[in-house]
Design a protein. Structure first.
Length: 470
């Protein structure tokens, strides 16, 4: 459906704008007027620039958000009585009823409803072209001859942009982020509004042109430390006047005239934010300063003190000489099996936005003995039967601080054990002596066995030496 009406029948700011434009046109010098009718296509804002003397029309509102456009005809004294339109280069033309009535020819105006959804502009969103032709009063309505075509393009955009304002716990080490995005191919985000708590609204204008697909983003600081609460009010509008967070549509031309502090009671969109600048605290269990004969499992647990909550725990295993962690792995436990002495670093990260608070890294020491155990050595001894003598032995182990126990076996020439000497803990890296007596002369040998502090039996070379008794 379409219908026409006299422009001067409209009320409000649009009529005032139109009257101002008409006055501006009347002041143009005669040389600026061409002998060819021109058309200007205007969106629902009602904004009209001064008419162009060029035969090509101007799209004063290149993006519109509903099914209507304003059409302006300057027939430059021809007395044009008819106008027709086609959509996107089509061959089907629409002829609205020409309404005259402005008392100062040659300026004629038409206002058409349902135009975008009807014969001239397609109903789907996107860029469309309206082509117009005019006929003057010398020809009747039946056999009129149409003049040259004039065309203008406009972007139909009926969809609101999407605005994003994070909600929940916010890591105030980062500025708060607010953004809005329009769909690709539509008019693009023109402005953002935001306010914090009861403060004045701030306007963020897009420097990008009409049709941009890039989001409009802004950041700002939130006051207060951990536990401080804020409410962020926000809204956005695209170049076609579609809004999110405002009631209804806004006039695209008036966007720039909206002042900070205005409309704060008209913003239904809001996000509640709690400041969280405190990192979680993690506890490690299963590690101690003792040597262990096999894998050691270290488990972790973390708390966040009633704030955002723990997101994940991560750990890193490095040699004991490392002064900082290496690559991090996510998990709440790890089994360490590599022999030697390692550091297990750990920390937790909470769920605060946009990046969680990260705990300072801590570590525990894990000691695992190699499966071969200690190494022993012995020295050859010559002694007399029935008299006391000393056996000499030495224990070494790079993965332990001492030997947990030492056992010396004295064997005769056939390999039979004739004496067992059980010793307790012994230090490493130096020679020890133990007294022994054999009653019978002969060729003997003695073998030294040791266990490390983790209880691992000796599998390294066993110390043995000749024992000659005369």
């Amino acid at each position: 459906m379409r219908r026409s009406a006299k422009l001067r029948g409209r009320r409000g700011p649009t009529l005032l704008l139109v009257m101002a434009v008409v006055a501006a046109v009347l002041l143009l010098p005669a040389a600026a007027l061409a002998a060819t009718p021109t058309v200007t296509i205007v969106g629902p804002s009602g904004f009209l620039p001064s008419p162009s003397a060029s035969p090509s029309p101007t799209a004063a509102a290149p993006a519109v958000n509903d099914s209507r456009v304003d059409l302006y005809l300057n027939d430059n004294g021809w007395g044009a009585k008819w106008v027709r339109f086609s959509n996107d280069g089509g061959t089907t033309w629409s002829v609205p009823t020409l309404m005259t009535g402005i008392d100062n020819p040659p300026y004629e105006w038409w206002y058409l409803y349902d135009y975008l959804g009807g014969t001239a502009i397609a109903s789907f969103d996107g860029t469309h072209t309206v082509t117009a032709q005019f006929s003057d009063s010398a020809v009747d309505s039946v056999s009129q001859t149409w003049g040259a075509t004039s065309a203008a393009t406009t972007l139909l955009d009926t969809q609101s942009p999407v605005a994003t304002a994070p909600e929940g716990y916010w890591n105030n080490n980062y500025p708060y982020e607010l953004s809005a995005r329009d769909q690709v191919g539509l008019s693009g985000v023109a402005q953002l509004w935001y306010g914090v708590d009861a403060g004045a609204m701030t306007i963020v204008k897009n420097a990008a042109p009409l049709g941009t697909s890039d989001p409009l983003e802004t950041t700002f600081a939130l006051a207060g430390g951990t536990g401080a609460r804020h409410t962020i009010y926000y809204a956005a509008a695209d170049y076609a006047g579609n809004t999110v967070g405002l009631y209804g549509r806004v006039n695209t031309i008036r966007l720039g005239a909206v002042k900070a502090g205005t409309y704060i009671d008209q913003f239904p969109l809001s996000s509640d934010v709690v400041i969280d600048r405190t990192a979680p605290t993690t506890t490690a269990r299963g590690a101690d300063n003792h040597w262990h004969p096999g894998p050691v499992t270290v488990s972790f647990s973390a708390t966040d003190g009633g704030m955002a909550g723990v997101d994940y725990i991560e750990y890193s295993i490095t040699p004991s000489t490392a002064t900082e962690p290496a690559d991090w792995t996510t998990g709440d436990s790890v089994a360490v099996s590599q022999p030697g002495e390692d550091k297990v670093w750990y920390r937790a990260v909470d769920t605060a936005l946009p990046e969680g608070n990260v705990e300072a890294a801590k570590y525990v020491q894990v000691r695992i003995t190699p499966t071969r155990g200690p190494k022993t050595e012995a020295q050859a001894v010559k002694a007399s039967a029935g008299k006391a003598f000393d056996l000499h032995y030495k224990i070494s182990d790079p993965y332990s601080t001492k030997a947990k126990s030492v056992t010396i076996l004295v064997k005769d020439a056939s390999g039979t054990v004739v004496k067992t000497i059980d010793l307790g803990s012994r230090s490493l890296g130096k020679w020890h002596s133990v007294s022994c007596t054999l009653a019978m002369a002969g060729a003997y040998k003695y073998v030294v066995h040791a266990k490390d502090t983790a209880g691992v039996k000796q599998r390294n070379p066993v110390g043995k030496a000749k024992l000659t008794i005369k």
